[in-house]
Design a protein around this ligand. Structure first.
Ligand code: FDA
Length: 308
């Protein structure tokens, strides 16, 4: 019930100012956000990768309002790539990018986002790694998947994300399950209308399994983006039945969520990639994490009571 209210608040400028300025917010935010700067975040990357995990790094920022901001967002990723270079982690540290932060929603935004993301994918390729394109609300899906297809011509490891709550996603999975194609399957984190997306949690889960079956049976590289123990078990079973080796798929979870499970799966020999977000523009990301799980919200509200 609370999820949609929090998702609505995640778009409110007034709420952004209120939550961002509250003194108790910061310690709670650090549970989900790896740092505010690249310099704070790189040691966290080093620590996780030293402990057999892999990472995908998101420099926070969404919905830019002019092309100059989009260029600044691009440059923030280039700075991150410079910081990653001496660590020599290769594919163990990839990047996740929201194309809205690269200008996708501006007039002429498709081409602008393609230009900005191409520079980042080229720089990532130079240090032996790649980029995945996060999926945002459904109005962006066609443009994002078209940019993904364009990038894959030169950089076949560029990853796509599909959301099981969207009706279109089974078809997208069929299109994407091609050789060498990296596809992250998630449930979906935005408030979507009933005309395009399942509204019932169980329907979203059932659709997730249908999509998983397509991806596991296909020729691509499935990336299971979920903390849901049932879906993780089903993915393991489907991978086994499809005769996939442990390195022919991977699990992905968010930084700060089910960390013990991340280490447990890695210790069993699975590839596990942690999605780490960092930066000062953490409000939208943080609010989506609160909306996903009442316990996360309770954790946040408790800190108001205990500290306030
Ligand atoms: P859900 O939140 O439904 O939880 C299912 C079960 O998991 C719970 O009942 C519980 O058992 C367990 N669980 C969940 N959180 C837990 C916790 N904190 N502690 C203990 N147990 C817990 N979305 C999007 O729209 N576009 C995108 O590009 C991405 N990218 C992305 C990358 C990665 C790596 C992940 C993991 C997720 C995303 N998402 C996303 C977010 C995604 O769409 C979704 O909102 C969240 O992953 C939450 O859904 P879950 O599948 O984790 O299950």
């Amino acid at each position: 019930m609370l999820g949609p209210v929090i998702l609505a608040a995640s778009r409110s400028e007034q709420m952004r100012r209120l939550v961002s300025a509250a003194p108790v917010t910061k310690p709670v935010v650090t549970r989900f956000i790896a740092g505010e700067t690249t310099e704070e975040t790189l040691p966290v990357v080093k620590d996780l990768t030293d402990r057999r995990l892999e990472v995908t790094i998101d420099v926070l920022g969404e919905d830019v309002t002019d092309p100059a901001e989009a260029v600044r967002a691009r440059d923030a990723y280039l700075h991150l790539i410079d910081g990653l270079r001496p660590l020599g982690l290769g594919e163990r540290a990839e990047m996740s990018v929201k194309l809205s932060s690269f200008g996708q929603a501006l007039p002429g935004g498709h081409d602008l986002a393609l230009k900005n993301i191409t520079a980042v994918v080229e720089a990532a390729d130079e240090i032996g790694t790649m980029v995945s394109l996060d999926m945002e609300d459904h109005t962006t899906a066609d443009s994002t998947l078209a940019i993904h297809a364009e990038l894959r011509r030169r950089f076949p490891k560029t990853g796509a994300v599909v959301q099981s709550y969207l009706f279109r996603t089974e078809d997208d999975c069929r299109d994407l399950a091609a050789a060498g194609s990296r596809v992250r399957l998630v449930k979906g984190a935005y408030k979507e209308p009933a005309s395009v997306a399942h509204q019932d949690k169980h329907e979203v889960d059932r659709a997730y399994v249908r999509c998983l079956k397509i991806l596991m049976a296909g020729k691509g590289y499935p990336m299971i983006g979920s903390h849901d123990p049932r879906l993780i078990a089903i993915a393991q079973d489907l991978a086994l039945r499809a005769g996939r080796d442990l390195d022919a798929y991977e699990f992905q979870m968010l930084y700060g969520i089910r960390s013990e499970e991340q280490h447990r799966l890695a210790a069993e020999g699975h590839r596990v990639r942690v999605y780490m977000a960092y930066g000062t523009d953490w409000y939208g990301y943080f609010m989506r994490r609160l909306a996903e799980r009442p316990a996360n919200l309770a954790f946040f509200l408790r800190s108001f009571v205990t500290k306030g």
